[in-house]
Design a protein around this ligand. Structure first.
Ligand SMILES: *Cc1c(COP(=O)(O)O)cnc(C)c1O
Length: 457
């Protein structure tokens, strides 16, 4: 008999978690104005609000922290990190930042001007925020198929080359770069194919535009290329990463994702001019160029994490856990963005809460119901997160409305996945009794989902 699949690691340290009663959760959620970002972590049993900075570091990462070099300038830890990034990405210049959005802030301060257009595949919320706050426009050119959650396609994160070319023609002199998000977080952690990255590169060359990767989950993207794209089955994940980055001029990285550290990020590029400009902004916003908001010990852990998480076994363990949760949801016929993504399951909330109108935010309503059911904290990636249109100030209802269940790396077991699946089934079973959703009582102008105050209708 063939041996079943199991994790490629064992556990050395644990952290207790605590259950609560429904009455407690009702009270806590009311105090949090029905915004799960406002809950205290100790009020949560299984925390799926994000896979960012919530992973479990390995013994090798912890060991590397003990020999972190905290020198202000020229720390050994910086050169460890830089060497690893050079080797994995092929990018020469490396500038540390304290997290991904800081990398965006530093680089976009140099590159994005008022009235610019930045085309790409479903810009992440902070990326969109850093574009729109500079009075520029983020143009989403993702393939239309990504919208249809029930369509099973291998690379739903791709950019639609024709849409992209149209933007390049229309706004040519106002485009500082094209941005490719790998994996495409917003449409469900869906990967981008090597073929698509190559075609974007060719198009960019034709219009003389640089390409930037928003690379938070580039290793997961490489895993999917290996598993799904013709010609890559026998290539190592590291070889695939190297090829991916040959199609880009630079990257911004949230190391809290695929480098499995709790805090950290960087910019890497082969364009000397980008690096020279970014250095100056980096010093102003983040710190000196060999630490940029990071501790020496964290740069060491980042280097080890990046190396480990571009190995097949580690990625296989992770992504098979997501697939396991997806298989449990299939059993209960709960609709989610198919196929399961790299870091999360995205529940198609309007397909579950069919009686809740879009104006009453189905995904936020489902997020609230799941927390009340079992103390599980998911996250709305939908109409609230989409913010208002900067020109019309109307809510943007044209994208998907998801409840995202982000799975932290190496943190929960498949028993937790079972609890999540059954809790969601219980909500699903009473879906027809949920007829009203939520209303906004207060919201910020940008990235409102973090602080929005809601009431139940
Ligand atoms: C998380 C993330 C960011 C921002 O990174 P932070 O470390 O959270 O600041 C940018 N882009 C993508 C695709 C992300 O997932």
């Amino acid at each position: 008999m063939e041996l079943p699949f199991a994790e490629s690691w064992k556990i050395k340290m644990i952290e207790p978690i605590r259950k609560s009663t429904r009455a407690e959760r009702e009270q806590w959620l009311k105090e949090a104005c029905y915004n799960v970002f406002q809950l205290k972590a100790e009020q949560v049993y299984i925390d799926l609000i994000t896979d960012s900075g919530t992973g479990a570091m390995s013994d090798r990462q912890w060991a590397s922290m003990m020999i972190g070099d905290e020198s202000y300038a020229g720390a050994t830890s910086f050169f460890n990190m830089k060497e690893t990034i050079n080797r994995i990405t092929g990018f020469k210049y490396v500038l540390p930042t304290h997290q991904g959005r800081a990398a965006e802030n530093v680089l976009f301060s140099c590159l994005v001007k008022e009235g610019d257009y930045v085309p790409g595949n479903s810009h992440f919320d902070t990326t969109k925020g850093h574009i729109e706050s500079r009075r520029a426009f983020a143009v989403d050119c993702t393939v239309d198929e990504a919208r249809d959650t029930q369509l099973e396609l291998p690379f739903k994160g791709n950019v639609d080359i024709q849409k992209l070319e149209k933007v390049l023609i229309e706004h040519n002199d106002k485009i500082p770069f094209i941005i490719m998000t790998v994996t495409n977080n917003t449409v469900g952690g869906q990967p981008v194919s090597m073929q698509n990255l190559r075609e974007v590169r060719q198009l960019a060359n034709r219009y003389d535009k640089p390409v930037l990767f928003d690379s938070a989950r580039f290793a997961e993207n490489a895993y999917f290329i290996k598993m799904r794209e013709k010609g890559y089955a026998n290539r190592t994940v590291k070889e695939i990463c190297r090829e991916m980055f040959t199609y880009a001029d630079g990257m911004t990285m949230s190391a809290k994702k695929d480098a499995i550290v709790n805090m950290g990020g960087f910019i890497a590029t082969n364009i000397e001019e980008w690096y020279e400009q970014a250095k100056i902004k980096g010093i102003v916003f983040e710190g000196y160029i060999t630490y940029g908001g990071m501790n020496g010990r964290d740069m060491n852990a980042l280097a080890v994490g990046l190396d480990e998480n571009t190995e097949f076994e580690n990625l296989e363990t992770r992504i098979r856990q997501i697939e396991y949760l997806a298989s449990r949801l299939d059993e209960f016929e709960i609709p989610y963005q198919r196929p399961a993504g790299g870091h999360a399951i995205f529940i198609d909330a309007p397909k579950v809460l069919t009686q809740v109108s879009k104006e009453e935010f189905p995904a936020q309503t489902l997020t609230v119901e799941l927390y009340l059911e079992a103390g599980i904290r998911g996250c709305e990636i939908g109409y609230i997160l989409a913010d208002r249109d900067p020109l019309t100030r109307e809510n943007r209802f044209d994208g998907n409305d998801f409840l995202r269940l982000a799975i932290p790396r190496r943190t929960y077991t498949n028993s937790h996945m079972d609890v999540i699946a059954v809790a969601l089934k219980n909500v699903f079973d009473r879906r027809n009794s949920i007829t009203r959703g939520m209303a906004i009582e207060w919201e910020a102008e940008l990235m409102r989902h973090f602080t929005v105050k809601l009431k139940r209708l």
